[in-house]
Ligand binder design. Structure first.
Ligand SMILES: Nc1ncnc2c1ncn2[C@@H]1O[C@H](COP(=O)(O)OS(=O)(=O)O)[C@@H](OP(=O)(O)O)[C@H]1O
Ligand SMILES: [Mg+2]
Ligand SMILES: [Mg+2]
Ligand SMILES: [Mg+2]
Length: 326
């Protein structure tokens, strides 16, 4: 199956959502709303989820969506201002809609796992977004447990990582069996991407989270050194890290459990789109024990701990360094 219609719908939805996020980011200092787990959410996260769930509902009315956000908080009378803002931003990209439409679209993103479902992170790296740094709109299609399609829109990522002040905004797209591509968010031809070659010393760098609570930076440093990476890490928010590995700009992304939250289980929407983009670019993604990520169990990767993303060539060496206690 070619997934041509799914691909077009996913790309258009992610582009519209990215446009909404950039509008919020450039028009105001986005207000951070605290969720019950103390993590931040903004009007842009809600708007992005509404826009994408609307597009999926229109094209594939029976499809399930497992998204990060829900509208429970926004439905509270005390949140009327924020709801009006979200509605107005959604209107700016999709035309005249009501607040009720917006709330209902957001809540379409709270399905249970089924045979076929989309994972959606409307803003991956909300903390990065609030810092005016990296973030991604991440959408993936999973069928019978296998990721078939992934789209990552990264509005703040330089088109050329060597020119950080140059044009920004990159779209990564991958379809199972068809390879991965990247193109500027502003448009143009999609270019095939490949992970870095084993002998490409210049790109033998590794990427990791910005937030110290989302990984174990000390151990990540030690593992990278143990596999021969001498350059210091590139710290980047969001699944833009997967894009860096898929496009050959880094050989490794390490995400080891934070000592502060050893029982944390990763969320499927934080990894599904990135995983297929890297795999289709020739790379490998497993947990820290070498097991494939299992996206079919629940919203959490309950059977996996830690995430190792690599160009492939060094993957087994990384796993060996981890199992020998590095
Ligand atoms: N304890 C812990 N361990 C690992 N991961 C966690 C943890 N807590 C949160 N999260 C998730 O991290 C997502 C963003 O992390 P990133 O590494 O992509 O960005 S960052 O560099 O850390 O900002 C972030 O995604 P968003 O909520 O979409 O921003 C969270 O889902
Ligand atoms: Mg979040
Ligand atoms: Mg996320
Ligand atoms: Mg998010």
């Amino acid at each position: 199956m070619s997934y041509e219609q799914e691909k077009q719908v996913a790309i258009e939805a992610a582009l519209a959502a990215a446009k909404l996020c950039e509008k919020v980011r450039t028009e105001r200092v986005p207000e951070s709303i605290e969720k019950s787990d103390k993590s931040p959410v903004t009007v842009a996260d809600f708007g992005s989820q509404a826009v994408i769930c609307r597009a999926i509902a229109a094209a594939f009315p029976n499809d399930l969506v497992i998204g990060e956000e829900n509208a429970a908080e926004l439905r509270q009378p005390t949140m009327a201002n924020q709801l009006a803002q979200v509605t107005s931003y959604v209107q700016s990209v999709v035309g005249d809609v009501t607040s009720d439409d917006v709330l209902n679209w957001i809540d379409r993103g709270n399905s249970e796992i089924g045979e076929r479902y989309w994972t959606l992170d409307p803003i991956d790296g909300t903390k990065g977004f609030l810092r005016q740094d990296q973030y991604a709109v991440a959408l993936a299609l999973v069928e019978l447990g296998e990721v078939k399609l992934g789209v990552l829109a990264c509005p703040a990522l330089p088109v050329d990582l060597d020119r950080p002040d140059g044009e920004k905004g990159v779209l990564f797209v991958a379809v199972r069996g068809e390879g991965a591509t990247m193109m500027p968010l502003s448009g143009g031809e999609a270019q095939p991407i490949r992970v870095t070659a084993a002998d490409d010393v210049a790109n033998m760098r590794f990427v990791e989270s910005v937030e110290s609570g989302h990984g174990d930076h000390g151990r990540q440093d030690a593992i990278a050194k143990a596999v021969g990476i001498t350059a210091s890490s590139l710290r980047m928010d969001s699944q833009a890290k997967y894009g860096a590995v898929a496009s050959g700009r880094a050989a490794l992304y390490l995400r080891l459990p934070s000592p502060k939250t050893p029982d944390y289980r990763e969320k499927i929407w934080d990894h599904a789109a990135g995983t297929i983009v890297v795999e289709e670019a020739g790379g490998r993604v497993t947990d820290m024990y070498g097991k494939p990520l299992n996206f079919s169990l629940s919203a959490k990767l309950v059977e996996n701990q830690g995430v190792i993303v690599s160009s492939g060539a060094i993957h087994d060496t990384v796993l060996a360094a981890l199992s020998s206690g590095g």
